[in-house]
Design a protein around this ligand. Structure first.
Ligand code: SF4
Ligand code: SF4
Length: 380
């Protein structure tokens, strides 16, 4: 396992971090619940195997993840790791809520302080709300009174929002969604470059795109198989991330012993600048293979917005493309309902054509929206 300095904070972290959002489950009264004993043993096995960064959050496992992490970190394990948890921003309505939630989390974790405390899942609206409620002053005061060591944030939105957030405060870390398909999505490559300029180390989530990159279709698998160096899809996805020096730790939500052991094996050999030119070309080829499976050539640039009818054009396209890419189009009607609920679905298009005049890709947006709407309402 490689360990790298965490920015200039004065300690090193393991490249593999333990994400505690998908702990082992068991059946209780006909319902799935975390298997506490097994989860504790799994986290400890990870730490014994070299992991020294553990990430949890208030909502994981319906609030049980923090409790389990607290148990796992007893018996001397706490001192061996950096511990991260997150403020559930959506539960915050006042400045006092922030103190109350942090105190509750420390109690559940049975610790006097956490190393990293993240504003959880910031996007444009949530960031504005948290600022107006005094979240930055709260972070300063929680550092001062010793309940947290390093203020940070996790992020899900477009690059311009990331740029605004990362340049608005003296963050010790940013946690972003990134993988070899998402180089131009959310924070993306531009976000990594900006983090480098700001000296903010990154922690990565969704490195396997919610597990999708671990199960490639046959045509993508064939590209990997034809490459002289034989590695599996998970290995290539992690090596791509590990190659990047600005990335400190890569989180993996590990659910069983086999997965943990496989990850530890993979990370034996994941290092900064570990990719050869040939490896990089392979990953570019894999990305192109996935992109070929995306029928709509939308880049997500958003020049077509706003639509006067409120259609979330790039998001409708992206969801449709992604499900196509992973052979899961049957799930599309269910996902499309989210757009319908937001009044942002493709079906609201009145074919005025304003968006097409703005599209640098010259996409027939109106026709594609029709296709998307048809797929979204299939069977209705
Ligand atoms: S053509 Fe449809 S999607 Fe495009 S701007 Fe007009 S209403 Fe919106
Ligand atoms: S302008 Fe075109 S490429 Fe850009 S987001 Fe809109 S549809 Fe996609």
């Amino acid at each position: 396992m490689q360990y790298v300095p965490f920015g200039n904070l004065g300690f090193d972290v393991s490249r593999l971090g333990f994400g505690c959002m998908r702990l082992p489950l068991t059946e209780q009264d006909g319902k799935k619940a975390p298997d506490t004993d097994r989860a504790v043993a799994l986290i400890r096995e990870g730490i014994d195997g070299g992991i020294n960064y553990v990430d949890t959050a208030y909502p994981y496992h319906d609030g049980q993840s923090e409790v389990i992490v607290g148990l796992a970190l007893k018996d001397g394990y706490r001192e061996r790791v950096k511990l991260a948890t997150k403020l559930p921003c959506w539960m915050v309505n006042t400045r006092a809520d922030m103190d109350r939630l942090l105190d509750e989390q420390l109690k559940k974790l049975q610790v006097p302080y956490v190393d990293f405390y993240l504003l959880h899942a910031l996007g444009r609206d949530r960031w504005e709300k948290m600022k107006s409620l005094g979240a930055l002053e709260f972070l300063d005061s929680a550092v001062k009174d010793g309940r947290i060591r390093y203020p940070a944030f996790s992020f899900h939105d477009e690059y311009d929002v990331f740029a605004d957030i990362i340049t608005s405060y003296d963050w010790c870390m940013a946690q972003i969604q990134y993988n070899y398909l998402d180089i131009n999505h959310q924070a993306g490559d531009r976000g990594i470059e900006l983090a480098r300029q700001r000296g903010v180390p990154l922690v990565i989530m969704e490195g396997l795109r919610g597990g999708a990159l671990a199960k490639p279709s046959d045509d993508i698998r064939a590209i990997m198989d034809a490459y002289p160096e034989k590695r599996g899809p998970v290995e290539w996805a992690f090596r791509f991330l590990g190659n990047e020096p600005q990335i400190a730790t890569i989180l993996s939500g590990m659910s069983d012993e086999a997965q943990l052991r496989d990850n530890l094996r993979i990370f034996n050999d994941v290092k900064v600048n570990c990719l050869s030119d040939g490896d990089k070309a392979l990953i570019a080829e894999l990305r192109a293979g996935y992109q070929r499976r995306m029928p709509i050539g939308c880049t997500g640039c958003e020049y077509c917005l706003p639509c006067p009818k409120g259609v979330a054009i790039p998001r409708n396209f992206r969801t449709y493309n992604e499900l196509n890419m992973f052979d899961r189009l049957a799930d599309f009607p269910r996902r499309y309902q989210d757009f319908v609920k937001e009044n942002a679905d493709a079906g609201r298009c009145v074919r005025c054509g304003a968006c097409e005049k703005q599209c640098p890709q010259h996409l027939p947006i109106r026709d594609w929206l029709q296709t998307v709407h048809k797929a979204g309402t299939a069977g209705k």
